[in-house]
Design a protein around this ligand. Structure first.
Ligand SMILES: NC(=O)c1ccc[n+]([C@@H]2O[C@H](COP(=O)([O-])OP(=O)(O)OC[C@H]3O[C@@H](n4cnc5c(N)ncnc54)[C@H](OP(=O)(O)O)[C@@H]3O)[C@@H](O)[C@H]2O)c1
Length: 337
C-alpha cells in the first residue's frame, strides 16, 4: 500500500523529512479495524513527532492521526463496527499513523463518520473534538446545559482545537465564550463559530476584559502559547477557577495559582489510548455524539478546502503551515491518487 513516512527526524528543508513509500498492508486482529483511509488532517502533533522521534529499528515511521475512511475488515473481537462502515477517528500516538492507504485502529477510539459531511470535512474533526470535549466536560466538568453561567476564555481560538471548543462551549453549555485571536481574519472566524467576544492574545488580558465588560473567567483553556500567557491569564481567572493546558510549555510553576485557589488541568487526548484506560471507549462515544451534533446542524466542520491528495509533497506543505503557527481551522488532504 502507498504511505508517507521517514527514517530520521529532519527539518522540512531536507528531502528525506517525509517520503512517499510502499509498505505491506497490515491485517486486523483483536479489537482493531483495518480502515481504508479516504482523508486525513494535519495537526501540530504531526510536526512535533516528526521533529522529536524517529522510527524503531529499520521501519519507516508513518505519521498522521486524524482520519476518515471505510472499514475494510475487523479483528475477531470487534463488536462496534463492520466492513463498509464509514468512520472518523484520531488514532494512537504509540502506533503507525494514518498517512497510509490502509490503517489499523482500535475500534474503541473510532466514531461513526457524520453523514452530512464528506470524508475531507470529517477528517478535520476527531483529534481536536476529542481534545476540546475532554477538556470541557471531563477535566473542567462544565455542566452540559444552559443554566451553568460563568465565562470561558479560550486562548488560541482560531486554531484547530479552539475552533471546535468555541462551538462546543457555545452550543452545549451556558458559558459566556471569550476567544482570543490576533488577526482580523482569525477574529472574524472565532465570531462566526460562536464566540460572544474576541480579544487579542498579544494585549494585556485585564485591559481586554475591561473593554468587553467581563470581570473574569471561571475557566481558561490555554491552547497555545501558555508559557507566554501564563501570568497574564492568572490575572483574569476567577478565584477558585480552573485552568486547562494542552500545549508544551518547557516548565510550568503551579504556585502562582495558590492565591486564587485555582486548579490546574492537563488535557492529553492520546492518554486514554496510550494507557489503554478502562474507559477508552469514551472516545468512541464522544465522537458519535459529535457526529450527531454535526448532523443536527449544531456543530460545523472546521476544515478549510482540501489542499490536495495525500502525498509527501503536500504533507510537507501542511507541516510548514502548521509550524508557522498561523493555521485557521483545519488543513486536510484527501485520497492517495
Ligand atoms: N494535549 C492535547 O491533547 C493536544 C491536542 C491538540 C493539540 N494540542 C497542542 O495544542 C496546541 C494548539 O493546537 P491547535 O491544533 O489548536 O493549533 P493551531 O491550529 O496550529 O493553532 C493556530 C492558531 O494559534 C494562534 N496562535 C499563534 N500564536 C499564538 C500565541 N502566541 N498565543 C495565542 N495564540 C496563538 C493563531 O491565532 P492568530 O493567528 O489569531 O494569532 C492560530 O490561529 C499545539 O501545541 C498542539 O500540539 C494538544
Amino acid at each position: 500500500m502507498k504511505a508517507v513516512g521517514y527514517r530520521t527526524s529532519l527539518p522540512l528543508s531536507d528531502e528525506q523529512s517525509l517520503v512517499d513509500i510502499d509498505v505491506p498492508t497490515p491485517q486486523a486482529t483483536g479489537r482493531d479495524l483495518l480502515v481504508e483511509v479516504r482523508a486525513v488532517s494535519v495537526n501540530p502533533v504531526d510536526a512535533k513527532v516528526r521533529m522529536r522521534s524517529g522510527p524503531v529499528g529499520d521501519e519507516y515511521k508513518i505519521l498522521g492521526y486524524d482520519a476518515s475512511g471505510i472499514v475494510k475488515s475487523t479483528g475477531s473481537d470487534c463488536t462496534l463496527f463492520k466492513p463498509g462502515d464509514e468512520v472518523f477517528y484520531a488514532g494512537s500516538i504509540a502506533r503507525q499513523g494514518t498517512n497510509s492507504e490502509f490503517h489499523l485502529v482500535d475500534e474503541r477510539i473510532v466514531g461513526k463518520k457524520p453523514k452530512s459531511l464528506n470524508f475531507a470535512q470529517s477528517a478535520a474533526l476527531p483529534l481536536t473534538s476529542i481534545t476540546a470535549w475532554e477538556l470541557l466536560f471531563d477535566r473542567f466538568a462544565v455542566p452540559r446545559d444552559s443554566a451553568g453561567g460563568g465565562a470561558i476564555l479560550i486562548i488560541g481560538g482560531a486554531g484547530g482545537v479552539g475552533s471546535i471548543l468555541i462551538q462546543l462551549a457555545r452550543r452545549l453549555t451556558g458559558l459566556n465564550v471569550i476567544a482570543t485571536a490576533s488577526r482580523p481574519e482569525t477574529a472574524e472566524w472565532c465570531k462566526e463559530l460562536g464566540a460572544h467576544h474576541v480579544i487579542d492574545h498579544f494585549k494585556a488580558f485585564t485591559a481586554e476584559f475591561k473593554r468587553i465588560g467581563v470581570n473574569s473567567a471561571e475557566y481558561i483553556a490555554s491552547l497555545t502559547g501558555t508559557a507566554q500567557h501564563y501570568a497574564n491569564l492568572i490575572e483574569v481567572l476567577t478565584p477558585q477557577g480552573k485552568v486547562g493546558i494542552i500545549d508544551d510549555p518547557e516548565t510550568l510553576d503551579a504556585k502562582p495559582l495558590k492565591d486564587k485557589c485555582a486548579s490546574l488541568h492537563w488535557e492529553f487526548m492520546f492518554a486514554r489510548s496510550l494507557y489503554r484506560t478502562p474507559d477508552m471507549i469514551a472516545q468512541h462515544e464522544l465522537l458519535n455524539e459529535v457526529a450527531d451534533l454535526v448532523d443536527a446542524g449544531l456543530i460545523r466542520t472546521t476544515a478549510n478546502e482540501p489542499f490536495g491528495i495525500i502525498n509527501a509533497a503536500n504533507l510537507k506543505e501542511l507541516h510548514a503551515l502548521i509550524e508557522s503557527g498561523k493555521a485557521k481551522g483545519k488543513l486536510v488532504l484527501e485520497s492517495f491518487s
